[in-house]
Design a protein around this ligand. Structure first.
Ligand SMILES: [Zn+2]
Length: 219
């Protein structure tokens, strides 16, 4: 995805293109073949990158469509999955994303690789996910959503959740998780049912400008 981005250098080098990108951390882009101190700022994304839709958009309130397992490897579904990965990567605080959040009413959610120590060993794509078991033990957990900028609140979540889903290759699997991943399962599967965290949150509030800046600055 880096090859097609366009960047501007905050020190004034104009017109740098994505193929110069060596690596990136949060919103800062380090440019290869230019002075080491030259740090570019991402100013916009590819023209076809899907924007993350915001509350008030109808697709977020729909029951997302089930995908025939035999269609998972189709070009259409694989394209949606890569668009989801691209969109999620643009969000400093994004740990997961559901397909309706890029305007696609399908039962898919993805998880950001950075939450795992060894992402290559983990499932990052969940298709037709269903929670088959959840712990009775619950806790009010701090929560926000990329489609409910910039709100936070607390939602009662089960501490452990088991999901049955299909992976990116169309293979069925079952997975139990606790901690952040269990939390993600519950939030994302609600997205696929047209539910947003604000529907069930307590202590719902707008984030302060300082908190928003911390997210934008990757802190
Ligand atoms: Zn969300």
């Amino acid at each position: 995805m880096f090859g097609v981005h366009e960047y501007k250098c905050i020190k004034g080098c104009e017109g740098l293109q994505g193929e110069n990108i060596l690596d990136y951390k949060k919103e800062l882009i380090f440019i290869k073949n230019v002075p080491f101190s030259c740090i570019a700022e991402r100013i916009f994304y590819t023209r076809d990158m899907k924007k993350i839709v915001q509350m008030g958009t109808h697709v977020l309130r729909e029951q997302a469509q089930h995908i025939e397992p035999s269609k998972i490897k189709s070009q259409e579904i694989q394209k949606i999955i890569s668009e989801m990965h691209e969109s999620l990567e643009t969000q400093n605080d994004g740990v997961a994303l559901a397909a309706p959040q890029i305007g696609e009413s399908y039962q898919i959610f993805i998880v950001a690789p950075f939450i795992f120590e060894e992402p290559e060993k983990e499932h990052l794509v969940y298709i037709n996910p269903v929670i088959t078991k959840r712990s009775k033990k619950t806790q009010w957990m701090h929560e926000g959503c990329l489609s409910c900028r910039w709100k936070v609140g607390e939602v009662k979540r089960s501490l452990i959740a088991t999901v049955h889903a299909y992976d990116v290759n169309g293979n069925a699997f079952t997975q139990s998780a606790d901690g952040l991943l269990a939390h993600i399962f519950q939030h994302e599967i609600e997205h696929l049912q047209g539910i947003l965290f604000i529907d069930n949150a307590r202590k719902l509030r707008d984030m302060s400008q300082e908190e928003i800046n911390d997210v934008l600055n990757g802190r």
